[in-house]
Write a protein that binds this ligand. Structure first.
Ligand SMILES: [Zn+2]
Length: 203
């Protein structure tokens, strides 16, 4: 395959990108300067040496910012409330909540959601890793912050089922953030005020 076709195929693997859009990306790149392409290629290569997955919350973080190889700047920050763990679907949801500035606890990124009637939910989200994370004795409350659409609701129910025993064992409180959001709300698009209300009214 020639580089044009290879690149087209690579872009097609991006979320929400179809063949035509991938083609537009390739031609867009060709119209840019050589310096632009070199910078893009180098930045992508650098990701491997500068970005890592946090051992605790599983989010992507830049090693430089955190000064740790295995823990992100939030999980290694001594001023955060270690009794609170907020469970979110994606890095984007995490970013949105953190930006709103109202939450001072820790996070856990599920890495996806469980589609309704899915046969292998354990493979869709980091449920095994979440259970491991809950062994932390400092944790008191788990906040499930998922979108209030059917898939978010299904994910929440699956997690509740999976954590039933562990919750009793560890005497954990599990609350839901979604109640403060309107039905069908996508967490990713919620504004800071809505998130603040949702956090204060969690149940
Ligand atoms: Zn972390």
């Amino acid at each position: 395959m020639n580089p044009l076709d290879t690149l087209k195929e690579l872009f097609t693997s991006f979320p929400g990108i179809g063949k035509r859009q991938a083609e537009r990306f390739v031609y867009h790149l060709l119209r840019q300067t050589k310096e632009f392409r070199t910078q893009l290629a180098q930045t992508i290569t650098e990701l491997d040496n500068t970005v890592a997955t946090c051992d605790y919350c599983k989010r992507f973080f830049t090693i430089k910012e955190s000064q740790h190889d295995t823990a992100c700047s939030i999980c290694s920050n001594a001023t955060r409330d270690t009794a609170l763990l907020m469970v979110v679907a994606s890095d984007t949801d995490f970013h949105n909540i953190e930006q709103s500035g109202n939450y001072k606890g820790l996070y856990f990124i599920l890495g996806g959601t469980v589609p309704v009637l899915d046969k292998q939910p354990a493979q869709k989200i980091r449920i095994a890793e979440l259970k491991k994370r809950l062994q932390d004795k400092r944790l008191k409350e788990l906040i499930l912050a998922l979108s209030t659409n059917p898939e978010g609701e299904n994910t929440r129910e699956y997690i509740m089922r999976e954590l039933k025993t562990l919750q009793k064992e560890k005497n954990l409180t599990i609350t839901t953030l979604g109640r403060g959001l309107s039905a069908g709300a996508e967490l990713e698009y919620s504004d800071p005020e809505t998130l603040k209300g949702a956090l204060a009214n969690r149940q």
